[in-house]
Each structure stands twice: as C-alpha cells, then as structure tokens.
Ligand binder design. Structure first.
Ligand SMILES: Nc1ncnc2c1ncn2[C@@H]1O[C@H](COP(=O)(O)OP(=O)(O)OP(=O)(O)O)[C@@H](O)[C@H]1O
Length: 222
C-alpha cells in the first residue's frame, strides 16, 4: 500500500542504516506501508524489525543460484511503516489513514494506491466488506462527519484546468442545489446492491469514533 509522501522499499542488499537514511531524505514525498495478510506466524522466511522486512532466501533457491550450501542471503526491505499483521481495519485506519484525511481537509492533496499480488488483500484493504469496511468507506465517513463541523465552508472549488475558482455565496448555493439534484438522481438509479453494501458499512461504522470527536482527541486547532 503506498501513500504518496515518503519512501521506496527498493529491492536491495543495503544495510538498514543506508536504507533509513534514504527514507528520511524522502520523507516528504511519499510513504510506503506494508500490510501482510492476516498470518499468525511469518515463519522462518520473514522477520520484521523496526519497519524493516527481512526475507531469507530458502535453501533450495540458494542451490539454484550456485551458492554455497550454508551461505545465507537475506534481503531487506525498508518501509515507512509495517502494519502489524494482526491489525484490523479500524486500527489500520486510525494509525495510518486518519491523519492523511485530516491533512486533506487542511488542503493537502493525497493519493493512495495499493499494490500487491493477486489475492494479497488490496480490495479488502481499500474497500473492505460490509462487516469490515476498508479505507474508502472509512475516509468518506470521516470526511462527511467532520466537514459539517468546520466553522466555514471554503468559497473555492477545483476547476477544469487543475486550478481553483473562487465562488460567491450565490455560486455556493447554486452548487449545493446542483449537488442535491445529482444525488437525488443517483438514488433513483439501479444500484440497490451497492447502496445496500454502503449502508451496511455506514451502519457498522456508526459505532466508531470518527470526525469531530477525533479532532478533539488530536487537539486539532481550527
Ligand atoms: N488482512 C486481511 N485479513 C483477513 N482477510 C483478508 C485480509 N486481506 C485479504 N483478505 C481476504 O483475502 C481474500 C483476497 O483478498 P482481496 O480480494 O482483497 O485480494 P486482491 O489483492 O484485491 O486480489 P485481486 O488482485 O485478485 O483482485 C479475500 O477473501 C479477503 O477477504
């Protein structure tokens, strides 16, 4: 899972010190997180140490590479953060995503992408299930529960050329009416299953602390 702002766990035999330095230098650009799909035991092949994943190449592959019988190869991959394999969706959101949504509310652009082998858990992490909603439904809940609590609605909006346009109060009102028309059309569309799924996610999230309460907990200043 990559969040644009930090570092690249490039395939390398470098020492952890060298990698750490690289991370610090790139910290403002992108961040790369590792989520390992719910495993009880990483086994003998993997070990996690301070957000570094150590992968030991199995002996059979060492032979295939003409290495000595006992010569071991360990690859190190440094991540901005390795998420505890036992973390659930709530913990992942609270520890990694929530602050990005806050940054977004404060005007930073954010892009999140997930990357991994088929079946590794990209859809589960990003969208989730009714019972365990993922990043998108949680972020939307967070946004829509937080925005109404902000004292001022910004009089700006993105325009087609990638910049921002300043709006008058009348423009804002027109925008609001346009949005309501659009949303009412959407409700009439034949998307019962998606609607049902999203409502179930919302229901599930209604018991969780998001929005204003979190802002207070984080001592956020308006
Ligand atoms: N962290 C996790 N905990 C529990 N179950 C998980 C986790 N991650 C994924 N799964 C389960 O593993 C299965 C595969 O996950 P998912 O569909 O998200 O993979 P994917 O990376 O999106 O695959 P593809 O690229 O093939 O679409 C699903 O049944 C999902 O519920």
């Amino acid at each position: 899972m990559a969040y644009v702002r930090a570092s690249d766990p490039s395939f390398s035999k470098n020492t952890s010190e060298e990698k750490s330095e690289k991370i610090v230098n790139n910290i403002d650009h992108y961040q790369v997180y590792l989520r390992i799909k719910g495993v009880e035991n990483l086994g003998e092949l993997y070990e996690i140490e301070n957000d570094i994943l150590l992968c030991r190449v199995p002996t059979e592959f060492q032979r295939a590479r003409n290495l000595e019988e006992n010569e071991s190869i360990t690859r190190t991959f440094k991540f901005s953060k390795i998420i505890d394999p036992n973390s659930n969706q709530t913990k992942l959101f609270d520890e990694v995503i929530k602050e990005k949504v806050l940054e977004f509310i404060n005007g930073s652009n954010c892009t999140l992408m997930s990357y991994g082998a088929s079946g590794s858990g990209k859809t589960f992490t990003i969208i989730g299930t009714k019972e365990e909603p993922g990043i998108i439904p949680r972020s939307l809940e967070y946004l829509f529960r937080t925005l109404p609590t902000l004292p001022e609605v910004p009089l700006i909006k993105p325009n087609a050329s990638g910049g921002i346009s300043y709006m008058t109060e009348a423009d804002c009102l027109k925008d609001k009416i346009d949005r309501q028309i659009l949303l009412s059309k959407h409700t009439n569309m034949d998307c019962a299953l998606q609607k049902q799924t999203y409502e179930a996610m919302q229901e599930r999230l209604s018991n969780e602390l998001v929005g204003l309460i979190d802002l207070i907990l984080l001592n956020f200043q308006f």
